[in-house]
Design a protein around this ligand. Structure first.
Ligand code: ACO
Length: 333
């Protein structure tokens, strides 16, 4: 091990949790809804099924459930949290932030609670903020949650996007570390010039909701898939590589890679560029589809549950998202 402890931001993730709606939508179900096939979806994306929230469920409901599970595991009461940071692109309302609705749902108040809008990189952006709040001494117990109800912002008649996404939330409770674990290095950034490649055109101040925007389905995901693919691989691999190098690690030191789960081809291409063996990459996209900011914390929770992460392990998380944003974090567990 060659990393320098001096550089490490000493934090610890002491609890994780996830919330997934019960309703499962398989590729075979989708075959009955749009002109697609299980074979096309699996070969292009690796996705076999995804979870879909019911009509009444909003993002804050899933976030609150994941948060409670993470807090229970951490032995922290939600009221004791010093901050709640929710990463989402599918907020309950344009304002206030989904984090405020989470407070209301849990019957708590006081601590700063806010959303981070960084697309699929949102959880790692939020983790970066939480880490720095803790290292600066501003907070001692921060919960970071990625949550999305993507099913309510996709056009279910557009086969090129509706097969890709799912709903869910994942949470992590972050506290000060003991000096042996924490963020060894991280890398985050954004290229706003690429914003038109993946966005929701209507519903904001550029194009307020109207009868016309509704008819054109401009309130749903608009994406240039092939271009997104190219940038995704470049950004996820680039961010991870920069963070690994800054941590002065060799790829052979890495115990587990948790990439943003957009689709298996993007994840495989990223893994190959990094030179990390396949068995060290954690994959849940086949079961859940792309849940944007929620995919990494959900995968993290499942990896911990399955005993894939032990104390001292080096875990690399890397993501890209609308914006385009990118973020990678190298953690010593
Ligand atoms: N079923 C069948 N055919 C489809 C489907 C579908 N669900 N969707 C699109 N097609 C058709 C298209 O209409 C097109 O047909 P045409 O050639 O007659 O015009 C054809 O398939 C396109 O085929 P390919 O070029 O082989 O598709 P490609 O290999 O580019 O795969 C995909 C498309 C999966 C969208 C790919 O571009 C991709 O993975 N892009 C990244 C998108 C992504 O993951 N976004 C996630 C959101 S971003 C984020 O997570 C931050």
């Amino acid at each position: 091990m060659q990393y320098t402890f001096r550089l490490m931001k000493s934090i610890k993730i002491v609890g994780t949790g996830r919330a997934l709606p019960e309703r499962m939508l398989t590729n075979f179900d989708l075959e009955k809804m749009v002109d697609t096939s299980n074979e096309w979806i699996v070969s292009r994306t690796g996705i076999r099924e995804r979870r879909i929230a019911d009509e009444k469920t909003a993002t804050s409901d899933l976030v609150a459930e994941a948060l409670l599970k993470a807090c229970k595991q951490a032995g922290v009461k939600p009221a004791e949290l010093d901050a709640i940071i929710v990463a989402t692109s599918t907020p309950d309302t344009v304002y206030p932030a989904t984090a405020c609705w989470v407070q209301k749902r849990l019957g708590i108040s006081g601590m700063p609670s806010f959303d981070v809008s960084a697309g699929c990189s949102g959880f790692l952006f939020a983790l970066e903020i939480a880490t720095n709040l803790i290292v600066a001494g501003t907070a001692k117990k921060v919960v970071v949650v990625g949550g999305e109800v993507m099913s309510k912002v996709v056009d279910w008649k557009d086969r090129s996007t509706c097969v890709l996404f799912g709903d869910g939330a994942g949470a992590a409770v972050v506290v000060p570390g003991d000096g042996h674990c924490g963020v060894l290095a991280s890398n985050w950034g954004c290229d706003g010039n690429l914003a038109p490649l993946l966005y929701q055109p209507a519903g904001g101040t550029r194009l307020p909701t109207s009868e016309e925007t509704f008819k054109e389905m401009a309130h749903t995901v608009h994406m240039q898939g092939d271009k997104v693919f190219k940038h995704a691989v470049r950004m996820m691999a680039g961010a991870a590589l920069r963070a690994i190098q800054e941590a002065k690690l060799d790829v052979s030191d890495i115990s587990l890679l948790i990439p943003h789960q957009a689709n298996t081809r993007i994840m495989e291409a990223t893994r190959t560029r990094l030179g990390i063996p396949r068995e060290k990459m954690f994959v849940v996209v086949d079961k859940y589809g792309n849940i944007s900011a929620a995919t990494i914390p959900i995968a993290l929770d499942e990896a911990r549950e399955q005993g894939r992460i032990k104390d001292g392990d080096i875990v690399v998380m890397t993501a890209f998202g609308t914006g385009f944003t990118w973020a990678a974090s190298v953690l010593r567990w």
